[in-house]
Design a protein around this ligand. Structure first.
Ligand SMILES: [Zn+2]
Length: 308
């Protein structure tokens, strides 16, 4: 079969745009408190690995937010290095991109991380207002009818006093001591993506359970929640590629423990409205050599249990 060069070029462009159909999580270190910069700049590689994993499994098309002229989008978030509310006017976000402000600060107690999606104020055309709220998603993202979620991004603070383990290669697993930064980054990014936080999550909670259809199917029934309603009940089990693991979005993580997105956590991403690639494999199979050791361990990225 003969293919005219112009058609071939068109086909190649199409293929390229399809393969690039993933979400980019773009970390911003403007307010990092030195946690990711200077002598600590090497930590950015590990954070990017966590962001790249999540971005690679999300296939939503997110409309850009482009401030300009009469259209003004203001991002509102808590500075990750101080916790002070910050407003950035005339803020813009590229297509298929989330901007995440990250940094370190003293979170007190045993808290390892604190994260969530950002707020905003917006003025301009009705179309611009709609884009600010939905970024082109078809479902409602706000209120009691919310079935979708599409933030501009948000913020994550990491404890600047924890005994962190910064893995130089998160695709392999090895024994370690300390708190696993990679696991906590994955957990906090989950909150930023709406797990425990989006209206589309809240609308699927009933009493002390989460009732999202995908999560219920993955768990085998309504999923019990912590009293905060933003985490699975501490100790909730699921699996990764069939191997048991405590769910990532329960509220605690023990030292020396790696946790990644389980089947339940991925199902919850779908329930809050994300299109999740079902072909994604969270990590190479070598990591599951440690699967049995994860049984019975406790975890929340917001609460650290030292010891066992
Ligand atoms: Zn949490």
């Amino acid at each position: 079969m003969f293919i005219k060069p112009s058609l071939l070029a068109g086909a190649m462009l199409l293929a390229a745009s399809q393969s690039a159909n993933a979400v980019v999580i773009n970390f911003d270190y403007t307010y990092d408190g030195g946690f990711f910069t200077g002598v600590n700049s090497g930590r950015q590689t590990l954070l990017n690995a966590a962001g790249s994993f999540l971005g690679s499994i999300l296939t939503d098309s997110l409309a850009p937010i482009s401030s300009g002229g009469s259209n003004n989008f203001s991002a509102i978030f808590d500075r990750p290095d101080t916790g002070a509310q910050t407003i950035l006017n005339n803020f813009s976000v590229a297509p298929d991109t989330l901007t995440v402000f990250v940094g370190g600060r003293d979170l007190g107690g045993n808290t390892l991380g604190f994260g969530g999606y950002g707020g905003y104020s917006v003025s301009g055309t009705q179309a611009f207002l709609n884009t600010a709220e939905k970024r082109g998603q078809s479902g409602d993202t706000v209120g009691s009818s919310a079935t979708d979620f599409a933030p501009w991004g948000g913020q994550i603070s990491f404890s600047n006093s924890a005994n962190w383990y910064f893995d130089t290669n998160p695709s392999t697993t090895e024994p370690f001591s300390g708190n696993d930064f990679y696991s906590v980054a994955l957990h906090e990014l989950g909150h930023l993506l709406g797990l425990g936080s989006a209206d589309s999550w809240k609308d699927k909670t009933s009493g002390s359970n989460f009732t999202g259809a995908n999560a219920v199917a993955a768990y085998g029934g309504n999923v019990p929640l912590e009293s905060d309603k933003v985490h699975w009940l501490d100790g909730t089990q699921s699996n990764v590629n069939g191997v048991p693991q405590e769910a990532l979005l329960d509220p605690t993580i023990r030292v020396g423990t790696r946790k990644v997105y389980t089947q339940l956590d991925l199902a919850a991403l779908k329930d809050v409205g994300w299109q999740v690639s079902v072909t994604a494999v969270p990590l190479p199979s070598t990591v599951w050599l440690f699967g049995p050791a994860l049984l019975g361990l406790i975890a929340s990225s917001r609460k650290r249990y030292s010891g066992i």
